[in-house]
Design a protein around this ligand. Sequence first.
Ligand code: UDP
Ligand code: MG
Length: 154
Amino acid sequence: METTLVLLKPDCVAGRKVGEVIKRFEDAGFQIRGAKMFVPGAEILKEHYAHLLAKPFFPDLEAFMQSTPVVALALASENAVERVRTIIGPTDSKKADPGTVRGDFGVDVMVNIVHASDSNENAAIELKRFFAPDELFDYAMHYTTTARSAEPVH
Ligand code: UDP
Ligand code: MG
């Protein structure tokens, strides 16, 4: 099993697509090992987008990423990194096929609904960046109930 990091970006949150996007991952068999909402600070964004720091669009990207809270997800399955990248489609939403998350809901190359780790190495780094150890859970995908009192509950 692999675990990968997904961020639901401000266009996803503001566009009320959080449920829809999570549903796609759940329907595809991913287990949610962690989930949280926060506004990413300047430092974490500089780290997370270090490969884009020198680009002229970096200030716009930072403003976009801080324009609402984002939702971070830790998603697990076999081959999770590659499977998530396939489900979301390429970076540029305009080049993403219909049926992919970015193809269906994204606007352009910046405003593209989701972030997802692009390698196992980066998934490990990014999971550490956004989740404390006690915010990631290992659990079986079934539930149990315990016997309850025969007394009716009012
Ligand atoms: N991005 C952008 N303009 C570009 C390339 C990237 O605004 O020309 C933004 C976009 O939001 C993208 C993020 O920077 O998702 C990270 O870029 P990367 O190349 O890592 O793409 P991703 O891994 O998200 O597909
Ligand atoms: Mg990337």
